[in-house]
Design a binder for this molecule. Structure first.
Ligand SMILES: *Cc1c(COP(=O)(O)O)cnc(C)c1O
Length: 402
């Protein structure tokens, strides 16, 4: 009989950057018979639900809901304000910025990408230069990914607003907060964001399948002069429905709505500022561990400057193939699933096996993060991957507030 030392039995932990860990309260809320979609509770839920969604986004303006993932929310937002042939500027800091730009290309937009690579934040001077050069105001929108989940870069959205204002450029500021809403500080109205997209399966802790597009009056005005908007993506009836079905352009995502209700209750009970602070503290613990491992070791954080690191996802690299080896080891032996590297190397390139990511978004607390870090520590030891000593202690000190 071979000796099996694996300790993977027990509750698994999916520590990838979305879908995130689902709270039991969300799962319980969804576990019910199909509700009536013509009258009663489900219909009555909608007004408070959309009000509480707007509270998370920190906006007084509008929200449209789609049965879609984040890619659907990307397309929905663009379809309402960008006509074929119109130009958009995409300052990209990873795969997701590039991806939103590709979505715009697919809709016939003229897409101008400013690629800042895979580990740096936006260069605001360069963006200002591009906007200034556009004296005729051909650029109709700037597609700004707040946190790029592939690189884990967190961009400075208010600073980008300031650039647009300084230059006096009227382009819409459109933000992708799919990886950041409900994790990182975000203030749609105070930061002057015109359109914001997010999804259900990250900071909002609900299964994938709902996309949200928030928009203000400036964006609504642009929508009203569009030559045409497809009926399905049109945000007007969804944001101001006369009939219940118009919220969703058809049948409601019944069970997702109950899950979302439970998730929003959790967020507002904790308080959104506290949610941000919790993610920040947990991220700092992760950074303390990773920075310690990287002393005389192989492991490196993808983003060097703490100012520009996400509080919800961390992208890391080891020497290939140790990223993949580590992921496989903790999965098999510990029941811990880490995220794959995304967009960092081309398919077929052995460098693909150098990267991995930690998701620490949504329903995560100190013991879960210490568990992830302890698991990685075990994997580094088991696989004989060179690493600095004292990483888990360094993280514990942050959690302990020392
Ligand atoms: C996850 C994510 C997306 C894509 O969302 P899907 O639900 O996978 O379509 C887009 N942008 C960002 C920043 C994301 O984190």
């Amino acid at each position: 009989m071979t000796q099996d030392l694996r300790v993977a039995q027990g509750r698994g932990y999916l520590a990838i950057p979305g879908p995130s860990v689902m709270p039991d309260a969300v799962l319980r809320a969804m576990h019910r018979a199909s509700p009536n979609i013509y009258e009663g509770e489900l219909l009555d839920m909608m007004e408070p639900l959309t009000a509480d969604l707007r509270r998370v986004a920190r906006t007084k303006h509008h929200v449209a809901i789609y049965i879609a993932n984040g890619h659907g929310a990307w397309e929905a937002a663009l379809a309402n304000v960008i006509a074929p042939g119109e130009r958009v500027l995409v300052p990209a800091t990873g795969r997701f910025g590039i991806g939103w730009g590709e979505m715009a290309t697919g809709l016939g937009a003229d897409v101008q990408v400013l690629d800042f690579g895979k580990s740096n934040p936006w260069d605001l001077d360069q963006i200002a230069e591009e906007l200034r050069a556009d004296a005729g105001h051909q650029i109709k929108a700037v597609l700004a990914v707040h946190v790029d989940t592939s690189s884990s870069v967190r961009n400075d959205v208010p600073a980008l607003r300031a650039v647009l204002d300084e230059v006096g450029h009227p382009a819409l500021l459109m933000a992708d907060c799919i990886a950041s809403l409900g994790c990182d500080e975000f203030e749609m109205d105070a930061w002057g964001v015109d359109v914001m997209v997010t999804g259900s399966q990250k900071g909002l802790m609900v299964p994938p399948g709902m996309g949200f597009v928030f928009f203000n009056e400036k964006a609504a005005a642009k929508r009203s002069v569009m030559p045409r908007v497809s009926r399905y993506w049109d945000w007007v009836p969804r944001a101001n429905p006369e009939e219940f079905f118009q919220y969703f352009g058809g049948t409601a995502p019944t069970h997702h709505l109950y899950g979302l209700r439970a998730a929003l209750d959790m967020i507002h009970e904790e308080g959104i500022e506290h949610v941000w602070a919790r993610h920040q503290r947990l991220a700092q613990a992760i950074w303390a561990a990773c920075e310690t491992w990287s002393e005389n070791g192989e492991l490196r954080l993808n983003v060097t400057d703490r100012t520009f690191r996400s509080h919800a996802v961390t992208a890391l690299r080891l020497d290939a193939p140790n990223g993949t080896a580590l992921r496989n080891w903790v999965q098999k032996n510990l029941g811990l699933t880490l995220g794959i590297g995304l967009g960092m190397a081309e398919p077929g390139d052995p460098a693909r096996d150098a990267f991995f990511r930690l998701g620490h978004m949504g329903h995560v607390n100190g013991q879960m993060i210490m568990g992830v870090l302890g698991g990685i520590q075990a994997g580094l030891s088991a696989l004989d991957i060179p690493h600095g000593r004292g990483a888990v202690e360094a993280a514990a000190a942050v959690i302990a507030g020392r």
